[in-house]
Design a protein around this ligand. Structure first.
Ligand code: BDR
Ligand code: CA
Length: 331
């Protein structure tokens, strides 16, 4: 089987960290490079967290490029309240390897890469600043990537930064607006409507502990803060892990279902960062996005756990039925 090539643009971040581990261990994926954007944490910290993860999974060969340090127009507001001051649940772990970032800026790398290559998908797990800057430099970026998947936005589910806006689009609404308008490729939007169904529960953590390793210990450590945050603010026992679902959907497009629509992102006012999904075709505009609204959670946990635990699929399929699959963040 040929591996799917992907460049991951991210802002690690607890759930980004889980998505990176999942991607780097997945047998069907070839991670070409990782690009870092400011979001959950400032870019330099995002780079350090990414290097720590590469070291953990023994993939220091993968290049990391640092990109934007601030959103396009708005002041930068991190999500360190959600992910901890270090972005990894205040574990304050440090890389031992002294990995350095590549010299080129992430957006220049992306712009140049997609001048030649056409077989690589872009998986965006943070604000869309790097993507917008790369698209400004290379107008064919959208046509030349094989797929463009963005974790961000929301359709019927409420926001997580305001009543109506999700963090990645709210953090840099101008970048999100620019990408949806000018990408010339369908933005596959893995928003809160589907990611809120992916709740890592205490049962999942208990299950991970049955496979003791440095990796499962790391996951347990970094998610503790995220658990506390969700309990404090949302009375949810567990944590919503958004970013790994976007990766699962890249690997297996049947994991989520939705519909095509024209989508616009609000850049000012009370609804700043909201993704306005024209499901009823009021604006009479061509569709620029696919909005995911349904997810097969069992299928997600199956592939996620099989991959990160290096276990045969059959082992996980049997055990998974014992787990409380969570996923009932209903709104
Ligand atoms: C998104 O915002 C970040 O905090 C997470 O990493 C995820 O990408 C969810 O709104
Ligand atoms: Ca993220």
């Amino acid at each position: 089987m040929t591996k799917q090539h992907v460049i991951i643009d991210c802002d690690p971040g607890i759930d980004d960290a889980l998505a990176l581990i999942y991607a780097l261990k997945h047998p069907n994926l070839e991670v070409v490079a990782i690009t870092i954007v400011c979001g959950n944490v400032p870019s330099q910290l995002g780079f350090e967290n990414c290097a720590l993860i590469l070291e953990l999974v023994n993939r220091l060969d993968i290049p990391i490029y640092i990109g934007a340090e601030t959103p396009l127009k708005r002041p930068f507001i991190s999500a360190q309240d959600t992910h901890g001051m270090d972005g990894l649940g205040e574990t304050f772990l440090k890389q031992n390897c002294n990995k350095r970032p590549e010299i080129k800026k992430a957006y220049d790398y992306l712009a140049d890469y997609f001048k030649q290559k056409q077989d690589t998908a872009i998986l965006s797990l943070g604000p869309l600043t790097n993507i917008a800057l790369a698209l400004e430099k290379n107008k064919n970026l959208g046509e030349n990537c094989s797929r463009f998947i963005s974790m961000g936005g929301n359709f019927k589910s409420n926001g997580n930064c305001s009543p109506v806006a999700e963090y990645n689009y709210w953090c840099d609404p101008h970048a999100a607006n620019f990408v949806f308008k000018h990408l010339k490729r369908c933005v596959e939007m893995v928003g809160l409507d589907v990611t809120r169904k992916i709740v890592l529960s205490p049962n999942h953590l208990e299950y991970l502990k049955k496979f003791p390793s440095e990796l499962t210990a790391f996951i347990e450590k970094i998610t503790r803060f995220y658990f506390d945050f969700h309990w404090k603010y949302e009375h949810l026992l567990g944590c919503v892990i958004n970013d790994p679902l976007a990766l699962a959907y890249l690997i297996d497009p049947n994991i989520c279902h939705g519909f095509n629509s024209y989508t616009d992102i609000v850049t000012d006012g009370i609804a700043l960062g909201q993704s306005i999904v024209d499901a009823q075709h009021f604006y009479q505009k061509d569709s620029n996005s696919k909005i995911l609204t349904e997810v097969d959670t069992l299928r997600f946990w199956q592939d996620f756990l099989t991959t990160i635990l290096d276990q045969p699929k059959e082992v996980i399929s049997q055990d998974i039925l014992q787990l409380n699959l969570g996923g009932f963040y209903e709104n």
